[in-house]
Design a protein around this ligand. Structure first.
Ligand code: AMP
Ligand code: ZN
Length: 304
């Protein structure tokens, strides 16, 4: 097993073992069959763990209504991460100019216009508008596995532009939502420990943009709104967040008109596994060859 914590040898090892396939853009590598198998088997394990929770299961495409991004003020807080889908609306002549511009290596993006959709920045975003109205007394619980986009090109294999999140989203009263979030924090830790990952948890903050963002991050930490479970993957010191547990208070519910039975604005929380990061934490900890992984880990992931 490789004991160093440099990102480059780890990335090269993933490539050499056929686990990932390099592409020409940072953070967009392809996944090999074994890498994908680990992602999907981990997802199955989460299904088994949460089987009795009664979550509603949905699947959404990687694009969402751009109004969702607008309503939750995403462009105020994370403009640097956003991805927007643009297309061509012109006539024949303009189409010709567009193709010519592209052929000459020009700035053809300037000739496109915004569509109705943006790339989803988190798996839970398409869920909130579907919860509009009054939720049942017991609240609601939804789970999704979606592709998300964040514009953070990086050479670190653990920082992707396009990746998957398995999320659970809980909506209800604060008394329902906060203990649920805390339950999942412990459950997430226990799950990763059962896979023999050296995981630990810590209070965390989101990468808010700019000067105002620093204040937001401090306040988020102060109020313990976000926790992460971390595993050393590419650094022995700065461990990699492999899942997060977020209490949004009434941020999403007020934006989309989600109410509890007594007419109050509901509260929401979500927890999400970064699927590629989970797979990479497993490869880092147990080695590039899944046949050499500890027997209990192979059994839990049904890799036998
Ligand atoms: P967040 O909504 O930022 O808390 O992200 C949820 C989870 O997605 C994190 O705990 C990570 O495991 C994963 N994640 C976040 N950003 C990235 C990224 N750029 N590349 C890969 N995984 C990520
Ligand atoms: Zn979420």
């Amino acid at each position: 097993m490789d004991d160093s914590y440099e990102y480059k040898p780890f990335y090269d090892g993933l490539v050499e073992h056929g686990l990932i396939v390099p592409t020409s853009v940072l953070g967009t590598f392809g996944r090999g069959a074994v890498f994908e198998q680990v992602v999907l088997r981990f997802n199955d394990l989460v299904n088994r763990l949460a089987a009795d929770d009664g979550a509603e299961v949905y699947f959404f495409p990687p694009v969402i209504d751009r109004k969702i991004m607008e309503k939750v003020h995403y462009l105020e807080t994370f403009p640097h991460l956003c991805g927007s889908v643009h297309s061509f609306y012109g006539d024949n002549k303009e189409a010709h100019n567009l193709a010519e511009c592209a052929n000459e290596g020009g700035q053809w993006g300037d000739m496109l216009k915004q569509t109705q959709v943006v790339l989803s920045p988190a798996a839970c975003y398409p869920v909130y508008p579907t919860l509009a109205g009054t939720v049942p007394a017991e609240g609601r619980l939804v789970t999704v596995l979606n592709w998300v986009f964040r514009h953070e090109p990086s050479e670190e294999p653990t920082r992707l532009q396009s990746f998957r999140m398995r999320e659970f989203i809980r909506v209800g009263t604060p008394e329902q939502v906060v203990p649920w979030r805390d339950m999942w924090l412990q459950r997430g830790l226990d799950l990763l420990h059962s896979l023999k990952l050296p995981a630990s948890s810590d209070v965390a903050s989101d990468p808010f943009f700019g000067r105002g963002g620093k204040m937001r991050a401090l306040s988020q930490k102060d109020q313990k709104l976000k926790f992460e479970v971390l595993v050393p993957v590419i650094s022995e010191v700065d461990h990699t967040a492999v899942c997060s547990f977020n209490y949004h208070q009434d941020h999403f519910a007020s934006a989309f008109g989600i109410y509890t039975q007594d007419g109050e604005i509901a509260h929401t929380a979500c927890m999400g596994f970064g699927m590629e990061r989970i797979a990479m934490a497993l490869f880092k900890t147990h080695g590039f060859d899944i046949k050499q992984w500890p027997e209990t880990v192979r059994e839990l992931l049904c890799l036998n």
